[in-house]
Design a protein around this ligand. Structure first.
Ligand SMILES: [Zn+2]
Length: 184
């Protein structure tokens, strides 16, 4: 049985994650669209499992980099499955910010999915594989990454500041507007 929806204005996403709900409208619709697109174009259901999705309105965390007013509370953000062996995460610096691009190793590798590419991941490891640009696919459906928080590190307690797994699709709603829509 699915868990209880945190608000009647959310939809069940049928994803393996603690609270598998997103806000009704653009976030819910575009997550389904992205999941389907990635499944078709990378050859596997990458978004069937996520690291995080919705958080309750009273959610608080003491982890470094976790926002007090989190978009996860607004039901318009997800953190993808960080532990997936298919991800290849590449550092990109622009305008004084560090962001990360996520590629997925396509399944299968001998087919015509993705593009054969050689990239160096943020740990310095060279990867040559047929890769699918997840960040670009997400962006085409309104799901945007956020820059890493200052002080991020590749390991240890400030790893959570990297945020490369976080995507949000806010419809231009502020945190307050989204919360009002969900809980008024
Ligand atoms: Zn997140």
């Amino acid at each position: 049985m699915p868990p209880k929806p945190p608000s009647p204005k959310t939809e069940f996403m049928d994803v393996e994650v603690g609270m598998p709900f997103l806000r009704t409208g653009v976030p819910a619709d575009q997550f389904r669209a992205l999941r389907q697109k990635v499944n078709a174009e990378a050859g596997f259901d990458f978004l069937s499992k996520c690291a995080d999705m919705m958080r309750s309105k009273n959610f608080r965390s003491s982890k470094p980099g976790v926002a007090v007013k989190s978009r996860h509370q607004c039901g318009d953000a997800f953190d993808y499955n960080i532990e997936s062996p298919a991800t290849v995460v590449v550092r990109e610096d622009a305008g004084g910010h560090t962001q990360f691009r996520t590629y997925l190793k396509c399944a299968p590798q001998d087919g015509n999915l993705g593009v054969l590419k050689t990239v160096t991941d943020y740990r310095g490891k060279k990867v040559k594989a047929r890769l699918y640009d997840f960040t670009e696919a997400a962006g085409s459906l309104g799901w945007h990454r956020i820059p890493a928080h200052k002080g991020w590190t590749k390991t240890g307690k400030n790893f959570s500041k990297m945020e490369y797994w976080h995507y949000q699709n806010t419809e231009g709603k502020s945190w307050e507007e989204a919360m009002k829509f969900l809980y008024s």
